[in-house]
Design a protein around this ligand. Structure first.
Ligand code: FBP
Ligand code: MN
Length: 643
């Protein structure tokens, strides 16, 4: 081993004892049970519902409370205790309001603090003391450790422990301690979070989800198609930018653009007011109870049309300069007969409804008006100078990837593009042909390049980000073509269908899943593929566990827009040392419902896979890293201290 490196390391471990201590510590950690992984996906801006799943650890918090207190607490008390752990600040207030006198409150404080200490102790039983210490509220570390590690053997210390709690209460610190212990519990029940894509679009608060993730103790992200659309916009793709604004207009979420990210929509509004009127096809979808005046609705409708038409125009030059995107069928503006208001797609002619072509020159339909160009330039400038957006996009890049191999599993939002025979689809980009894992790697390479060069707006890398949103071999889109235009302007629903990649039926087959795991150098006997992206239609009897357990689809179904088609509010997945469990969630109404009525979302667990023997840290990604560290430390030991 490089002696320079070992010399540097010796600065940190400057005595034999330190090296020995660390080796023993690491060796011991390897034999602890593996931590719990929590998988969520398709959050789609639904911050409140996401918060709930995060705070209750997909049912893990209540499970632990039940394990400990079934004999001493009633069902109602268990629910109340659980709610306190999920939303400590708010629940504390509600509980405190119910006490008639101070004595009752003091009694309650004593009891609840003891319960919480027990819960923290139980939830941390598979971690080292040092890891637990890091999860404790800093100002109470000393006190909590005293209470956690108390030994009652000789009962000498009983009054001492009672005094600690009494003092905490009399010094008015009880609320803070309770809140701290509640968050510690939340943190302990889940060791690591995977977000399998689609944080953005449709729902109202993706920014708050991003802030939550930024502050979360351990997380990775597999980008979804909607996430790369936002990354693309920030990286300089005007067509991605037009798309994110269009989707925000469609779902009545323009305040995300304007108020949250501080992007000025005034120039776009002026253009919209000039060229567009009311139009039923572009009225915003209303999913929330937010009140909108008729005037506001019409204004959004106009913006929606203005940005959609800009989007359609911007697609055209990319399709033309990248023939290998194979998207010439999507040059729809050129297939319109503007006199007859008709379009011919694949030999069939359809009438067009609700058209809004005031800015289209039939002789050159993809040409942007000067005003449209200026609007897009201003919007892009604004997007690239939004401090908050920059922070969120950088985090997406830092923690994100197109796919992830983690503890033997393959995590990927959409699909691995394959043909009907189960062969990896080939795509030629810039005269080189890629398939399977290599194709995904080159996609990611381009995306990172585009992000590193936001000043480039029309280069291959930037165009590639848009391809990831909508191209037929995109591993995130997974469909033949996106029929946005047809859904706005053509009645015939046949034209709205988006044909899925064969992956979506071949993934039911175990051999196919094994083949894909092998393509990614994973052990097909051990591994699973974990997907988001496609809502599982429980209503129609679809099973999220496929291919004999090799494939698990966890589209979280957080998106309100899709809940009527799925019949539930979606799935999350837990993977602990005993195996994998899929958790089905029912619809989340509101935090208030949980707080006031203890209406926790009912979660039903299903076993995906059971470990024959409890899995240890040794068998995980982290275990591998620790083993490497131990090897290095042993070299240091030999080099420095064993002579
Ligand atoms: O429901 P909307 O807003 O019309 O969006 C539909 C579009 O969203 C997509 O389903 C992609 O979004 P998802 O990743 O959430 O599925 C496209 O395939 C489709 O064209
Ligand atoms: Mn998706």
């Amino acid at each position: 081993m490089n002696t320079k490196f070992l010399d540097l390391l010796a600065q940190r471990y400057d005595s034999e004892e330190k090296v020995v201590k660390e080796i023993i510590n690491l060796e011991a950690i390897l034999h602890l049970p593996k931590g719990t992984e929590h998988f969520v996906s398709d959050l789609h801006g639904e911050y409140q519902a996401f918060q709930h799943v995060l705070r209750n650890g997909s049912g893990k918090v209540k499970e632990k409370i039940r394990d400990l207190f079934t004999d001493v607490l009633s069902e109602e008390e268990i629910n109340e205790f659980a709610t306190l752990v999920y939303y400590p600040e708010e629940k504390l207030q509600l509980i405190k309001n119910n006490f008639g006198n101070k004595e009752e409150l003091l009694e309650w404080y004593k009891e609840i603090i003891e319960h919480l200490i027990k819960l923290v102790s139980y939830s941390s039983s598979k971690y080292t003391r040092s890891k637990l210490r890091k999860a404790l509220p800093q100002q109470f570390v000393y006190i909590i450790e005293e209470l956690l590690y108390k030994t009652d053997e000789y009962t000498n210390k009983k009054p001492y422990y009672a005094k600690i709690i009494q003092q905490v209460i009399s010094l008015n610190q009880a609320d803070k301690l309770i809140i701290g212990l509640a968050y510690t519990t939340q943190r302990l029940v889940v060791d690591h979070l995977h977000v399998v894509g689609d944080i953005y679009d449709r729902g109202p608060e993706p920014d708050k989800i991003m802030d939550t993730l930024i502050n979360y103790h351990s997380v990775d992200i597999q980008w979804g198609n909607h996430d790369v659309l936002w990354i693309g916009a920030y990286a300089g793709s005007k067509v991605c930018l037009a798309n994110i604004i269009r989707i925000c207009a469609r779902y009545d979420n323009l305040d995300i653009i304007e108020d949250v990210y501080g992007i000025n929509l005034r120039p776009l509004l002026n253009l919209a007011e000039k060229y567009y009127g009311d139009n039923p096809a572009f009225r915003p979808k209303r999913l929330s109870d937010k009140k909108l005046s008729e005037h506001e609705q019409v204004q959004i409708t106009k913006i929606h049309q203005a940005i959609s038409m800009i989007q359609f125009k911007l697609e055209s030059p990319i399709i033309k300069r990248r023939p290998y995107f194979n998207m010439s069928e999507r040059l729809l503006l050129e297939k319109i007969d503007y006199d007859r208001n008709e379009i011919t797609i694949q030999g069939k002619t359809y009438p067009l409804d609700n058209t809004c072509f005031a800015t289209v020159n039939p002789n050159q339909p993809d040409e942007l008006l000067e005003e449209e160009k200026q609007v897009m330039d201003k919007l892009l400038f604004s997007v690239q100078h939004s401090e908050k957006l920059a922070r969120h996009m950088k985090f997406l890049m830092k923690k994100g990837s197109l796919y992830l191999k983690y503890n033997g599993n393959l995590l990927i939002h959409g699909c691995i593009p394959i043909d009907e025979n189960g062969n990896m689809e080939k795509m030629t980009i810039d005269n080189k042909t890629y398939a399977g894992r290599e194709l995904l790697d080159i996609f990611e390479h381009y995306l990172r390049h585009a992000f590193a060069h936001p000043e480039e707006t029309d280069d291959l890398a930037t165009d590639m980000v848009w391809y990831l949103w909508t191209g037929e071999y995109s591993s995130l889109f997974g469909k033949r073509a996106m029929t946005t235009f047809e859904r706005y302007f053509i009645k015939d629903k046949e034209t709205h269908k988006e044909k899925k990649n064969p992956y979506y039926y071949l993934r039911e087959n175990e051999d196919m899943c094994r083949k894909m795991l092998t393509e990614f150098d994973l052990d097909p006997d051990q591994g699973h593929i974990i997907n988001g992206h496609t809502p599982v239609k429980e209503i129609d009897g679809e099973n999220p566990i496929k291919a004999n357990g090799k494939m698990v689809v966890i589209d979280g179904g957080f998106s309100k827009a899709y809940q009527s088609t799925t019949g539930i509010a979606g799935y999350t997945l837990l993977y602990n040392s005993y195996g994998m469990q899929l958790v089905a969630h029912q619809q989340f109404n509101s935090k208030e419902d949980v707080l006031l009525n203890g209406m926790d979302v009912l979660s039903v667990k299903r076993l995906v896979d059971k470990e024959l023997e409890r899995k240890k840290v040794l068998e995980t990604n982290i275990g591998e890293e620790i083993l490497q560290e131990i090897t290095i430390l042993k070299s240091l030991m030999e080099y420095r201290y064993m002579k």
